[in-house]
Ligand binder design. Structure first.
Ligand code: LLP
Length: 415
């Protein structure tokens, strides 16, 4: 393989990037593989959202399924953001992190009624996503516990089909064509519908999708006289590499603020806009540092084998997701093309034929955009340990989860 002489193109640069040198020091100190999160980057993203919606009545609930480390949740609370939970356990974590019930939103899918009852006992905001559960909820609580309903707006959006949730073949939400069944439940049980919710997918770049979504909801509002909020879910796209476009948040804020004002003028009703951003808040704040175990030259490909695998970062294999990979140990090295793989006993390719500064065994490779759905989707496959997590805040760093130890592998097994 022929080495080129020009230095690697910086594939991605954000305002608040942690330097390779800084990350290498952190890796030396805590070991690898290691997840590192930059608190101030989360704050910056939150500020971008709140300033984009300055003129609107908007509330943000962090979709904590992206990353639930309790220290991250506490930080998110400290910057004034609310929280969206997709399971009763996430609600418990949110309470543990100090969120009050009114700061917590619970938006789940295909859950048992027992779980809904458990969550209701905490007094949090609830969106219900099936007629069946709405009926049971109405029967038990009548008008005493107003709820939102999740609708399926029949909009196809999102980065790929696995993360598209609003289309007309999706399992999520109550299909628009079944809206009369909601009214039937309201009549029968007296349940109060205080919100309409949609979430059409993840990695949605196009602002029009959200504008179209809110218009669909505005058109339904006459049927629901007790509404307080319209919830557009999450799904804002982030940038994964140079030249990649994120959702234009300023434009989104401007257009939805206009829509909200126009609706208010026309209808005389003031409905809050709710959002549930996950990736947008934490994706770019995360770095995943790995070490190179083995370099294997073959006739056509140079494989780089890391001390991690799809057990720690499944997004490339599961969604064909792109994560920019930087060799922080050799930033000035000439670039070559590599196929970056993991150490799991099946094909776990992180990147194919990727141009990266020359890689040597022992080098640290950093995956960018590692804050959302990375640690959170990790597992102990191959009985490997889950990595540690470190939080950088105010220039200081601290471990917020230790790596697994052998005992952790046996912890829940009956010995
Ligand atoms: N609200 C609801 C109801 C959701 O289901 C989700 C994500 C969100 C909000 C937050 O979406 P975000 O802003 O993060 O795009 N594991 C996949 C993404 C799955 C998203 C699931 N639901 C990935 O790694 O791309």
């Amino acid at each position: 393989m022929i080495a080129t002489t020009q230095p690697a193109r910086k594939e991605k640069q954000t305002d608040m990037e942690l330097s390779g040198e800084f990350l290498a020091n952190i890796a030396n100190q805590y070991g690898t593989p290691l997840y590192v999160y930059h608190a101030e980057k989360i704050k910056e993203q939150f500020k971008r959202l709140t300033s984009a919606f300055e003129g609107a009545d908007a509330t943000f609930f962090y979709a904590c399924k992206a990353l639930t480390n309790i220290n991250v949740l506490r930080y998110i609370r400290s910057i004034g953001c609310n929280i969206d939970c997709s399971s009763s356990n996430e609600v418990l974590l949110a309470l543990h992190a100090g969120f009050s019930p009114r700061q917590i939103l619970y938006t789940s899918n295909n859950i048992s009624f027992a779980e809904l009852e458990e969550v209701a006992s905490k007094g949090v905001n609830i969106n219900i996503d099936s007629i069946s559960n709405l009926g049971k909820f109405g029967k038990k609580f009548g008008a005493t516990y107003p709820v939102g309903v999740r609708l399926r707006p029949n909009i196809l959006a999102g980065g790929n089909l696995k993360i598209s949730t609003g289309h007309d073949a999706s399992k999520f939400g109550i299909p628009l064509e079944s809206i009369n069944e909601i009214h039937d439940v309201v009549k029968e049980t007296g349940v109060v519908i205080r919100g309409l919710h949609i979430h059409t997918g993840s990695d949605i770049k196009d602002v029009d999708v959200f504008v179209k979504g809110v218009e669909i909801l505005f058109n339904l509002t006459e049927q629901f006289p007790q509404l307080e909020f319209l919830d557009l879910g999450g799904g804002f796209k982030v940038s994964y590499k140079d030249g990649d476009h994120e959702t234009d948040i300023a434009e989104l804020g401007r257009r939805l603020t206009e829509s909200q004002k126009a609706f208010q003028q026309k209808s005389g009703r003031r409905l809050s806009l709710w959002f549930e951003p996950g990736k947008f808040l934490v994706s770019e704040a995360g770095y995943f540092i790995s070490s190179v175990n083995v370099i294997k030259e073959t006739s056509s490909v140079t494989f780089v084998g890391l001390n991690t695998g799809l057990n720690h970062l499944i997004r490339p294999m599961f969604y064909d997701a792109w994560h920019t990979i930087v060799n922080i140990s050799n930033p000035g090295g000439a670039t070559r093309r590599y196929t970056i793989t993991g150490n799991i006993c099946e094909t776990d390719t992180f990147a194919t034929n990727r141009e990266i500064n020359e890689i040597r065994e022992g080098d640290y490779l950093v995956f960018r955009n590692a804050g959302a759905y990375c640690f959170e989707m990790s597992s102990n496959y191959n009985s490997r340990y889950k990595p540690a997590e470190v939080l950088i805040e105010g220039g200081n760093h601290r471990m917020i989860r230790r790596a697994d130890k052998f005992d952790d592998l046996l912890r829940n097994q009956v010995l």
